[in-house]
Write a protein that binds this ligand. Structure first.
Ligand code: CMC
Length: 429
């Protein structure tokens, strides 16, 4: 197989090296194309652009494969703890027992947030969206750790910022939920494991002992793992590009949270539930909503369906669907919304419109149903996605930083006015 490709333009031939990934993925290295031919590549929304080489996550969208550092998402979701997966993403290998215990202890030592953070929370109006709060709290962290602002600091300082982020994000997320409920904060209890500690801070009360339900704990652990990383998606690319200007990690993650908030990305999990509730309120006519999604004059889309990369079943959705059945069964929840979701999935999958476009349910289709059964308010769903995605964002940022990648800066094809003289007031009519 050739390791060069030729691009012929007028009388010029550009020989582009072919870059090969460890799973056989091929890419054209066009970094010198403009210098040789004057051409840039044109690829709106980067649908066919590899922005980096990366050794963190592998996806084969045609086959429905997702692996982190070589381990399948199925193996990780069924066997690992979220903290183990975070370690894997951040350090590149699964921890041995000693490494894991040390890591869990290190994270435990940093779960508290500064007491002054409470004052920032007080400023949010009641009812403000949890994603807006999380984004603000994340940027605010840079104010509490000014040492993190220096892009040339020593490696140990970077490690400490990463540790703080993994340790304190569950505390911040729980604070957002408590603010929403109008309940007093529950502080971290460091004898608990990572996920149980989060559930205790979220659902526990200061007035009484709270025993973490193992069913909830296992479901939460799985959901966090399923969201932990997804290679160069919109929010990860945002984190990388913001970080490429040597902006600090808190600011980069805050930008990632902003990107995740949108309904085309992580915000879809909230929209799926709202859509299912709307269908139920409208009398449960699933076909009507499928027809609307197919109508090109109607902006409505089936939320939780379709994916930029997966042109096969999203492997995360398969795992979540099974988990939703288990959790609802164990919690003895008979949710009519789940029945509607199943009917919608069956009808859409049988419809040629969705089959031809390879539109399958994605990770967000079922996650909301589990979150709802667990007792989370619907506008907290995307915040939970962000909590799970934290190690992935950090791993992507750190890979970019350690490779010394230059500032990210795409080109454009300008289509505006060509040069014209500056008119006087009279000439403007
Ligand atoms: N409902 C109806 N039609 C759809 C849908 C949908 N959910 N998704 C895509 N299509 C159609 C689209 O209209 C287009 O049709 P045509 O070829 O006739 O013009 C075709 O499928 C290709 O769609 P696209 O918009 O070019 O695909 P994309 O890769 O730009 O968008 C997407 C991917 C996820 C933004 C899109 O499928 C979508 O809006 N889905 C609903 C929102 C959603 O569930 N987002 C969560 C994504 S997974 C979680 C994450 O990792 O963020």
């Amino acid at each position: 197989m050739s390791d060069q490709a030729k691009i012929i333009y007028n009388d010029q031939t550009f020989e582009a090296p072919v870059v090969k990934g460890s799973e056989g993925e091929l890419g054209l290295d066009i970094s010198k194309l403009r210098g040789s031919t004057g051409l840039v590549t044109y690829d709106v929304a980067y649908k066919n652009t590899g922005a980096t080489q990366s050794s963190i996550t592998f996806i084969d969208g045609e086959k429905g494969i997702l692996r982190h550092r070589g381990y399948s998402i199925e193996d990780l979701a069924n066997n690992a703890s979220f903290l183990e997966v975070a370690f894997l993403l951040l350090k590149g290998h699964l921890p041995n027992k000693k490494e894991y215990e040390n890591y869990a202890d290190l994270i435990r030592m940093h779960t508290l947030v500064n007491e002054d953070v409470k004052h920032v929370f007080q400023a949010f109006p009641n009812g403000s969206h949890p994603m807006g709060q999380l984004m603000t709290m994340m940027s605010m962290m840079s104010a509490f750790y000014p040492d993190s602002l220096n892009p040339h600091r020593i490696e140990e300082d970077f490690d400490m910022t990463i540790t703080r982020l993994i340790a304190k994000t569950p505390t911040l997320v729980a604070m957002i939920q408590k603010k929403k409920m109008g309940h007093p904060l529950v502080y971290p209890k460091n004898n608990l494991e990572y996920v149980d500690n989060f559930l205790n801070m979220t659902f526990g009360q200061i007035t009484q002992e709270y025993a973490v339900d193992p069913v909830l704990s296992s479901a939460m652990n799985k959901l966090l793992i399923l969201h932990a990383d997804h290679e160069q998606n919109c929010s990860a690319s945002t984190v990388r590009i913001v970080g490429s200007s040597q902006s600090n990690l808190y600011a980069s993650i805050s930008a990632g949270i902003a990107a995740l908030w949108g309904p085309s990305h992580g915000g879809a999990n909230q929209r799926v539930l709202e859509m299912l509730e709307e269908i139920a309120k409208d009398g449960g006519n699933v076909q009507k909503f499928i027809d609307r999604a197919k109508d090109k004059n109607d902006p409505f889309r089936l939320m939780g369906f379709g994916h930029r990369v997966y042109k096969n079943f999203d492997p995360r959705a398969r795992i979540i669907k099974k988990s939703a059945d288990e959790v609802l069964g164990q919690l003895k929840v008979n949710d009519p919304i789940l029945h509607l979701a199943k009917e919608l999935e069956e009808k859409a999958l049988a419809d040629p419109y969705f089959a031809e476009r390879k539109l399958f349910p994605n990770v967000d289709f079922y996650s909301g149903i589990i979150y709802r059964a667990m007792g989370f308010p619907v506008d907290m769903f995307t915040v939970l996605f962000a909590l799970g995605r934290m190690p992935g964002w950090i791993a992507q940022w750190n890979e970019m930083r350690k490779a010394g990648q230059p500032i990210g800066r795409p080109r454009q094809i300008y289509t505006g006015e060509v040069h014209r003289p500056y008119p006087s007031w009279d000439e403007r009519g």
